[in-house]
Design a protein around this ligand. Structure first.
Ligand code: UDP
Length: 335
């Protein structure tokens, strides 16, 4: 068997770390990316690696007989679009890319007979969760905005293809991934990029609400490892949470960053806590998170200069950027 893997969205944050891991495992890696959220610089350090081939392809235009899928064993599908506000502004674009785009990648995979298809899903499918109970893969599904909805329908689509066309798949519900190359461009959100830029400029960090909300932050190299194991595993057609099971308060992150705080209003439609029950992935894939939160943050801080070109989010800019968010996701809205 040829060791060839294909990563859609391979120039993105998580995708590029997965590419690094696959190259380390001696795979030939083919990347497709349209460079909307991904960047060439995320793979620049692999420039001289002859086992890496990058093609600019938009999954929206991918044909099922695309030759790039030929002889590929594993397809890791990470291409997609994120963020809450733009998904509320333009739901069609999200459905097209995250659902129809996924169908295009599934069809190309089916046509070339790949061994396993791994889908990058989002923990946002769980919606507003009970902060006292970790989400397990069987927990209630309740997406709160079009991005979360599109990623969830993507999951159902992948499972349907597996059922009808007998493609082996696994679905990875990623909680709050963080680490080097975490996305900073584009819409407001993704707390690390926001805080690091503020810290670089010695400004107070814009803490949402009381800052006691928790997120299950999981380090990106651990996420990449989980994807790899899900491709190699005897377990298939399963859904796996990827988190640490140990959510951290935003105030704790602020403490690690040794910065002042500036409180901004609560964001409607977001959970008080994201918290993964990771029993299944630990049991089946023998995966466990290896990077402790303190150490992950420390590692990132060593290269905080990388965030110097990130957009600066001030409370005023945030207020403007989240107008639609508050309009549509606020509980008080009239129906
Ligand atoms: N957050 C914050 N200030 C910001 C941006 C985010 O306090 O300027 C908090 C936010 O309330 C959430 C956490 O950071 O609890 C993670 O937010 P992000 O948008 O990164 O992820 P998500 O809310 O989708 O989990």
């Amino acid at each position: 068997m040829k060791k060839i893997a294909l990563v859609t969205g391979g120039a993105g944050f998580i995708g590029s770390h997965l590419v690094d891991l696959l190259l380390k495992k001696k795979y030939t890696v083919r990347v497709i990316d349209n460079f909307s959220g991904g960047h060439k610089k995320n793979l620049f350090h692999q420039k001289k690696n002859k086992k890496l081939i990058i093609k600019k392809i938009d999954i929206n235009n991918l044909k099922k007989n695309n030759y790039f899928f030929k002889n590929v064993s594993y397809v890791f599908h990470l291409a997609g679009i994120g963020d809450i506000v733009p998904s509320i502004e333009n739901p069609q674009k999200y459905m097209n890319t995250n659902i129809q785009g996924t169908i295009n990648v599934l069809e190309a995979s089916r046509f070339s007979g790949v061994k396993r298809f791994i889908y990058a899903a989002s923990s946002s499918c769980y919606g507003i969760t009970d902060p006292n109970i970790p989400s397990s893969e069987n927990s209630k599904i309740d997406p709160q905005y079009p991005y979360a909805f599109s990623k969830y329908i993507g999951e159902l689509t992948v499972l349907h293809w597996s059922k009808v066309y007998k493609i082996d798949v696994n679905i990875m519900r990623i909680f709050n991934a963080y680490g080097p190359r975490v996305r900073t461009t584009g819409a407001y959100g993704a707390v690390f990029g926001v805080f690091f830029k503020q810290k670089l400029l010695k400004l107070p960090l814009t803490v949402v609400g009381d800052g006691n909300q928790k997120r299950d932050f999981v380090y990106v190299s651990d996420v990449a490892k989980a994807f790899y194991l899900a491709a190699k595993s005897g377990y298939k057609n399963r859904i796996y949470n990827i988190g640490t099971g140990k959510p951290k308060k935003i105030n704790f992150l602020v403490k690690l960053l040794k910065s002042k705080k500036n409180y901004i209003p609560n964001r409607p439609g977001e959970p008080r806590s994201t918290w993964a029950n990771i029993s299944r992935i630990k049991r089946d894939l023998k995966w466990k998170p290896t990077i402790k939160f303190n150490n992950g943050v420390k590692k990132m801080l060593l290269n905080i200069e990388n965030w110097k070109d990130a957009p600066l989010w001030t409370p005023e800019k945030i207020k403007k950027a989240t107008k639609l968010w508050y309009k549509y996701l606020s509980k008080s809205q009239k129906r």
